[in-house]
Design a protein around this ligand. Structure first.
Ligand code: ARG
Length: 565
């Protein structure tokens, strides 16, 4: 809203004096000097072979002549060698705040065409207990989905369970060996047997081959289907329980196994495009392009024993999604190590034309590390199960303050969630980060509890006083006040960057900036004893809108608000 308005004004003025380019305004990188800036003069200087100083001063002098200058600007100045520095007028700042408060989604512009995004995230493998590594794709994916929905597009989310891979073959092998029936397949059993089997097959090739042949039978629906179903049921109900704790949900609980109905169609399609080739007995698709600098291995579609792989099931799933949803985008949120896999799959789609105009995007995420910089482990050196991680975070938060012990279970769980999610989502999606529980559960610093604490503190004040934003005066009373108001106007910019780059960290930054401004505003302005009623109404109105925005933005980071802290 702000950027567009300012850019349009500057562009119109420049057009009127003969520069027919679009001038884009950006947030100032020197907030001590101005609120917004425009660097477009350099480009005009190149195009029109004139010095940037001449052009810049010309434009600035014209802007200063416009009739409704005060509606937008306090000042517009030229700054050598070629910048236009913009300081907003109180009127503009306050008009924007009123619009944000009154209009749907804080005056966010809705897209002219609603696009459909399939969001594929979570992707846990059945039979293995969920551990800390499973948290990131779930949280990042859920947040990205919520952001896409919020900006007005349509999402279809799918957990894409790994429900027909080797781990299941391993578990069925053990069940057979131990002479068990389906009723013996419990979560405890799975948690115990899976690590044991994965250690065993590392040493014993014969057993591994046996497990592979078991899972092939399942894939072909020939045998062991009762075991398989029961393993999936037991495991997925536990996965659902953990996702529920994290407030992560899906429209579809499909899995790799659901793709098997579509694999024959993909096969036929690839054959019709003459892309499926024999190589060492396997059926593969060669994906190298002439322009490639590196050599990409072919995608193996079918192994020599006729079994299908992860690649084939992903192609089957894409076929199904095209048929059922015909989406504009399919997004995959997984570990960065799956980069090659998706490159192979996407290339096959492109070569064969299977996905037409649908864009496929892999959004890799980084790793959660411990303070030592290595993948996060418990004190005893294991990768912690999610349940254990939740417990650990809970106990560290409770130990921080005596009064935390008296908090309700529900509030504590909300705070544990805020600790985990704010820690995760504030980091660039594609970056590794160090999960320092102690630091992230503090009420100071860039943490979930800091945000929630600030929110609740402001809530107490706004509950005490009435206010009406429509009576907002034209005043802004001091720099703390101004900083808070101007910061709030960044809403659309941060949100749309989060959407365009699929990076929730922009939203975490925005919320954090607002909270920092809010705290210094609060500490330096004594609201509770205020006698000036106009000022009181202004300030309460500003805090109210700030809190409203924070609450909605926290929801995009899957963070709830506790009743008290
Ligand atoms: N199950 C996979 C894994 O654990 C992740 C699935 C991601 N989604 C997909 N369509 N391949 O690595």
């Amino acid at each position: 809203m702000v950027i567009d308005t300012l850019s349009n004004i500057l562009t119109n003025v420049a057009n009127n004096i003969g520069y027919s380019e679009h001038l884009r305004v950006i947030k100032s990188n020197r907030p001590d000097l101005c609120d917004y800036q425009c660097d477009g003069v350099f480009n005009l200087s190149k195009l029109y072979h004139k010095s940037p100083i001449v052009i810049g001063e010309e434009i600035v002098s014209e802007i200063n002549k416009i009739d409704d200058f005060d509606n937008y600007f306090k000042s517009v100045e030229f700054c050598k060698p070629g910048f236009i520095n913009i300081t907003l007028s109180n009127k503009f700042i306050n008009d924007c705040l009123i619009k944000m408060d009154t209009n749907f989604k804080f005056n966010l512009k809705m897209p002219s065409r609603v696009l459909t995004y399939v969001v594929d995230y979570g992707g846990p493998n059945i039979a293995k207990p969920l551990h800390v590594g499973h948290m990131r794709p779930a949280i990042v994916g859920e947040s990205i989905k919520r952001i896409i929905d919020y900006v007005g597009h349509k999402t279809i989310s799918d957990v894409h369970l790994g429900d027909i891979g080797l781990p299941i073959g391993e578990v069925i092998y053990a069940i057979k060996r131990d002479n068990l029936t389906t009723s013996d397949i419990t979560l405890e059993y799975l948690n115990k047997v899976y690590p044991m089997m994965s250690a065993l097959i590392k040493e014993d090739e014969e057993i591994k081959a046996e497990c592979a042949s078991i899972i092939k039978d399942v894939q072909e629906k020939k045998n062991y289907l009762d075991y398989w179903k029961k393993i999936c049921d037991v495991s997925s109900s536990d996965i659902k329980r953990l996702y529920k704790y994290l407030d992560v949900s899906f429209d579809y609980w499909l899995g790799e196994s659901d793709a098997y109905d579509y694999i024959p169609k993909v096969k036929e399609y690839l054959i019709s495009k003459d892309l499926l080739k024999e190589s060492n007995g396997a059926k593969v698709v060669f994906i190298n392009k002439e322009t490639d600098k590196v050599n990409y291995p072919p995608l193996i579609f079918e192994k020599s024993n006729g079994a299908y792989l992860y690649e084939s099931s992903d192609l089957g799933t894409i076929y199904q999604r095209m048929e059922d949803f015909n989406p504009d985008y399919i997004l995959y949120i997984t570990d960065a190590r799956q980069g090659l896999h998706f490159e192979q799959v996407f290339r096959v789609c492109e070569l064969s034309g299977m996905t037409k105009d649908t864009k496929l995007i892999h959004l890799p995420h980084g790793t959660i590390n411990g303070i030592d910089g290595k993948p996060y482990k418990t004190r005893s050196g294991e990768t912690p199960k999610l349940d254990d991680l939740f417990k650990e975070v809970k106990s560290i938060f409770i130990s921080k303050k005596e009064s935390n012990k008296n908090m309700s279970e529900e509030d504590i769980n909300i705070i544990v969630n805020s600790i985990l999610k704010f820690a995760d989502l504030q980091n660039g999606r594609d970056k590794d980060y160090i999960f320092d529980i102690n630091k992230f559960s503090d009420t100071q610093g860039k943490t979930g509890p800091y945000i929630l604490y600030t929110y609740l503190r402001m809530n107490k004040i706004i509950e005490k006083f009435d206010s009406n934003i429509n009576n907002l005066s034209n005043n802004i009373y001091n720099n703390y006040d101004r900083q808070l108001r101007v910061g709030l106007l960044d809403f659309e910019e941060f949100l749309m960057s989060a959407f365009r780059e699929f990076k929730p960290s922009y939203i975490a930054d925005y919320i954090y900036n607002i909270c920092v401004s809010m705290n210094s505003f609060y500490q330096n302005n004594h609201i509770a004893n205020l006698k000036d009623l106009e000022k009181l109404n202004d300030w309460i109105s500003v805090i109210k809108i700030a809190n409203k925005i924070i609450k909605e933005m926290l929801n995009l980071l899957i963070i709830d608000i506790p009743t008290e802290m």
